[in-house]
Design a binder for this molecule. Sequence first.
Ligand code: GTP
Ligand code: MG
Length: 1080
Amino acid sequence: MGYTSLDKIKALQKNPANVRNLCILAHVDHGKTTLADSLVASNGIISSRLAGKLRYLDSREDEQIRGITMKSSAISLHYKDYLINLIDSPGHVDFSSEVSTAVRLCDGAIVIVDAVEGVCPQTQAVLRQAWLENIRPVLVINKIDRLIMELKLTSQEAYTHLQKILEQVNAVTGSLFTSKVLEDRAVKEERAEEDKEEGDIEPAECPGSEQVYDWSAGLEDSDDSQLYFSPDQGNVVFASAIDGWGFSIQQFAQIHSQRMGIRAEVLLKTLWGDFYLNAKAKKIMKGAHAKGKKPLFVQLVLDNIWSLYDAVVTRRDKEKIEKMMMSLGVKVMTRDSRHSDPKVLLSAICSQWLPVSQAVLFMVCDKLPSPLDMTSERIERLMSVGARRFHSLPLQTQELKTAFMQCSSDDTAPVIVFVSKMFMVDAKALPQNKQSEGVSGQMQGLPLKAKPEEEEEKETFVAFARVYSGVVRRGQKVFVMGPKYDPAQGLRMVRIVSACLPPVPHLACCTMDSLYLLMGRELEELEEVPSGNVLGIGGLEECVLKSATLSTSPALPPFIPLNFEATPIVRVAIEPKHPSEMPKLVRGMRLLNQADPCAEVLIQETGEHVLVTAGEVHLQRCLDDLRERFAKIEISASKPIIPFRETVIRPPKVDMVNEDLGKQQKVAVIHQVKESDTLHLDPSGLVTLTTPNRQATVGVRAIPLPEEVTLLLEGSADLIRTLEQAGQAQREGRTLDMSTWTLDALMVLKSRLEVLLQGRKWRNAVDRIWAFGPRRYGPNILLNSVEGYQRPSVWHCLEREKGEKEGGAKAEASAIRDFDNSVVSGFQLATLSGPMCEEPLMGVCFSVERWDMNFPTQRTHLDSVTEEDSNSLDASVSESPGEAAGQQEASGKAGGAGETPSQAEGAVVLVDCYGPFSGQLIAAVKEACRHAFQAKPQRLMAAMYTCEIMATAEVLGRVYGVLGKREGRVLQEEMKEGTEMFIIKAVLPVAESFGFADEIRKRTSGLASPQLVFSHWEVISSDPSWVPTTEEEYLHFGEKADSANQALKYMNGVRRRKGLYVEEKIVEHGEKQRTLSKNK
Ligand SMILES: Nc1nc2c(ncn2[C@@H]2O[C@H](COP(=O)(O)OP(=O)(O)OP(=O)(O)O)[C@@H](O)[C@H]2O)c(=O)[nH]1
Ligand SMILES: [Mg+2]
């Protein structure tokens, strides 16, 4: 290292009070990497002339070519006595998972906003991420030069514009803060209530019991001054990273306080805001706006910059430049002042006058917290995995909190490390494999290439990590906590780290072979790293997949998982060009999976190797990586596999030509289900199916769920999973200690469902929910409408928390559980792949209205024991009498043996529930669900992206053209204040999105470049199985109705890909085709 010596950095690492771990966050292209360049240049790592052009932290070739960052990378810098571990992150949505990995390791963040574009969707997303991880942000408003050169604003206009941007950013943080306060208050109230109940205070006495809901209570007393960005707080820097300048108002306050003899503190308070200088009275007065005066900020700050740009770039007035340089005390080299591009001179002047690196680094050291300032709230959040409460963790675990707070580097302090991602480095680039630097090293480098092939090709994984406590040493052994590790269990079984661990679930032991200082493109080897620093760790690839928690204490729980904003949605199937290279591909995909926080690799049922990525750009990067680094073979990727969902809707009231439909449509639909002796379809849509051995009959009806319910279920997937886990635990006799917050959220979910599911059809529906599916937490519901069948509700575990009410129901539940489970399994299978094209279902409720069981063989045995009981039950528990009787005859039951499940519980003991019968029941339920689904009007649902496109008026038309062609829908169009840009918000089906961004960019000559973010699922209105039925439709569409049916096209595409039967005619009129050619 020619620049800061390694020893100096090592020394700085030891003083956590002066360490700052921070990342740079922003929307795509707002100038993160450019700013990072200036900071890197301030340490002499790159030349300051190249700062902004080199984009040093974009070390990948494709990053340089495309001009966007694709991964987060770290570099350690020093500023005065401070060590700054800086992480640059990508702004493109496709790589937002990389942002999550960066944010987790930091205590603070620099949020950059483009002065022209203002707050963009990703700006909001990163602010939210910073908020969720509890890290403190500072703001840089970048690209101010664009206000001068591009928008040609006057300094006064620019001031108004900057004020607006600041307002926008603060509005975002404000809303995050408000929701947090309200949430906290809810938790507090809940606690208070609990205490109250315990303390037996009369509810009428306390004032809170009045039913007045004060929505703003709590907001006033919470301190939010730290939260907002304001130049006078010193947490805002105005900059132009490309021209190398930046300032906070402190700097100008100091400059002018000397010149004008006003105290710096006064200037600091008044430089930003509605103040002006009264020259006569030599006073600073309020009310610049009302009196039409120039605000101080314009007069003392912006005007200087404006006139410099005017002199240097616009007018090129040599004399004036000389004069200005004199007064600023700036000297530039002759080659800069003679350069043909005035920008060179400008940045030479500016970077001496107001160096951006100084302004930003000062702000960072001054305003961002050090690792010692970790709040206990943040630590508790990190340690409270899933639904657990911090206070329910073992005592030893809770004690670790002090270790976090102290951030001590004593030998006695437990080592706590979090790995947020694994990245791959060429073995050649590792410091231990590098030759000594300098000329001789380079010369030696040549013959080295002759080394054996394998050695050269080797690449290793380095973990991107941070030490939270203790000192990490090379060769040290640590525990690796898996995401499901339970410290209580671990503490009972192990004490110290050793190679031969007893088999504790989710706990492994690993050696940290090497430690690195991360220096952007380079790594430096270290012997030890003290607490509070970011580092790279080698030798973990065997035990860490993507992220992990490492510690020397088995009491440490795994950290909460990273929150990823992007949903991986774009799938492709991959195969090698040469089939013999399959093993290489498999290995390569495994490596890719490890190296990318967001990419998923899986093998489908069909045997295809599938790669799931966040978007098109991400996909491209993954494929390139696979080709060039991980598999190093030729591969071919299928077209993107687009996910769909299947659903049912209410029968439409009008036909395709908007004519009122009578009953005809219904008849057409119902005929899709073919009846047989075991399958019966009722005109109302109830499907009754008997198992082949005729021992069970189920009746199922499919009902479309209201849209809001589907949305709610989708959004609450995690909660439902927790509910399911709690239910499972309860069934197994364990208890899962859920946090108050989770319980609260579940109660809210339940009551919201109750509100949404209104009407006769849904009476008591919420309490009758039997299961969610697919995978037990999906957006479909299985409803128990079997008369007389009592089973504990899915909300049962909530009630337990509220007081053990239903002791009796528990025992009963476990007895019938096994067959109950088969029904649930059948439902899970049915919802996992629907009958249209085997895609998952969404928004469908299957109501089980009948469930009969009949065990002729066990009958005799049972009768002798419980004859009386069963008779009495027979009378009380039965379905709608008429139908039941008919069914009993049809299924050929022995007289009076119409048992409902509750009654069959005795039989459960006798019949092997895992034998063929439970299988038959599963299959029957699944088939019944599928048929019930087909008895209703079916629709496909398409995944939709939202996108925000910024475009000028000239290209607006073309943007609309492209959107229209791709079935996009414009939601909103508005003009961005202060600019001539329009912002268009649109939604677009994922299926039509490939190449969309490129096409828009081409059609608008690069002026508009949209980012696509997955937003929701939407029902495609056309019916894939539609054929003209009414006379009007015949007239309008013709007999064949061969005008494009979008839904049918999608459905057939999926069916073809999956090798399912596709109904289509390849040759329509064979004889006509023959006559076409020569005979004519
Ligand atoms: N006019 C102007 N352009 C700038 C400024 N800072 C950066 N740019 C330009 O903005 C573009 C994007 O800069 P980057 O630094 O790559 O942006 P980024 O935020 O790192 O982008 P991603 O990493 O892809 O999210 C480049 O073309 C820069 O030259 C600035 O202060 N003024
Ligand atoms: Mg970048």
